[in-house]
Write a protein that binds this ligand. Structure first.
Ligand SMILES: [Ca+2]
Length: 343
């Protein structure tokens, strides 16, 4: 029974009661009149009249009792309906919040799935910055599509979409320590390691990515968990014919004295490929591939030494401007993005 139906029933009952009461009162008056008139005529009739009135009063009383009972029932039913209503409302609210929660989860899953979707757009995607501008905003692995026009192959990269506005293509990372960086020219040319772990993106790829005006950010973490960074407004590599020579400019950051400046304008050297500016073989001494001068003011591709071993050698992952030549860092990342990138 709906609430309005109950209310209608209640109103009907009350009207009926009033009507009956009024009818009863009127008939009582008439009876009295008749009794008064009759008492003059014949006193023998009086007993019949009284008996009739008593029956009527009894009928009215029982009707009244019945209506009172019905009224109680209706009130109870209304209270029950009200209760049910409140329960329904609570259920609807609960369902709505569950729906919104599920909707959120679906949105997150869609975003994550989109990371692995191969790009089909005709717009060129050069790097993580162009992905960022196409609304890929979650840090992680992405596949940059091959570009027929530029003649470049597809490339798996790790994009940092969080640090300082995002849009960073990570070109180097040291954090696990299980991948050797003491490798030859070919391996540094093509790249090695895994985008989620330790890796070098490859000199050919870095050269290609820095053909547009590019900036570099170096992040350093020591074994006490402190983090410093160095940013260069300008960063470029030459091509292989010019030994991937390094050009950097406009240092800023928190990493103490600029420890890449010493390597500016020097060629890349690796194991079996001594392109440095030294009588020594720096790549052999420092056990990495780098823009060795004579030899280092930083050695970000050096040997990974764990806590306890990290202050005993000169071929570790060093940044002289912060911890000097004998402190091998716990974590390093090098990342690049276009100079004109605006998050
Ligand atoms: Ca040399």
């Amino acid at each position: 029974m709906t609430k309005s139906a109950v209310l209608r029933l209640l109103a009907l009952g009350v009207t009926l009661l009033l009507l009956l009461t009024r009818t009863g009162a009127q008939s009582l008056k008439e009876q009295r009149k008749r009794m008064a008139a009759a008492s003059y005529k014949a006193k023998s009739h009086c007993c019949d009249d009284v008996r009739g009135l008593k029956v009527q009063v009894a009928n009215l009383t029982s009707l009244l009792e019945e209506l009172t009972r019905k009224q109680d029932t209706v009130v109870r039913q209304m209270m029950e309906l009200d209760n049910q209503n409140r329960q329904q409302e609570a259920r609807v609210t609960e369902a709505e919040s569950k729906y919104s929660e599920i909707n959120n989860r679906v949105e997150i899953m869609q975003l994550q799935a989109s990371q692995s979707v191969t790009q089909t757009s005709s717009d060129a995607i050069y790097d993580c910055a162009s992905l960022y501008l196409k609304n890929y905003r979650i840090s992680g692995e992405y596949k940059l599509p091959a570009d027929d026009f530029l003649g470049t192959p597809g490339l798996e990269v790790f994009c940092d979409m969080d640090t300082n506005g995002g849009g960073w293509t990570v070109i180097q990372r040291r954090k696990v320590g299980l991948t050797s960086f003491d490798r030859d020219w070919k391996q540094y040319k093509k790249g090695f390691g895994a985008p989620r772990g330790d890796f070098w993106l490859g000199n050919d790829n870095i050269f290609r990515l820095t053909r547009q005006p590019t900036m570099l950010r170096v992040e350093l973490e020591d074994w006490e968990g402190e983090i410093r960074y160095a940013e260069y407004q300008h960063f470029t590599l030459s091509n292989e014919l010019n030994s991937y020579k390094l050009f950097i400019a406009n240092y800023s950051g928190s990493a103490g004295q600029d420890s890449l400046r010493y390597h500016n304008n020097t060629n890349f050297s690796t194991k079996y490929k001594d392109n440095d500016k030294c009588v020594d073989d720096c790549a052999n001494l420092r056990k990495g591939g780098y823009w060795y001068n004579c030899c280092t003011d930083s050695n970000l591709n050096g040997v990974y030494y764990r806590y306890g071993e990290h202050t005993r050698n000169t071929d570790g992952i060093t940044w002289y401007g912060w911890h000097g030549p004998n402190y091998s860092l716990k974590r390093v990342e090098m990342k690049i993005r276009p100079q004109n990138f605006q998050p």
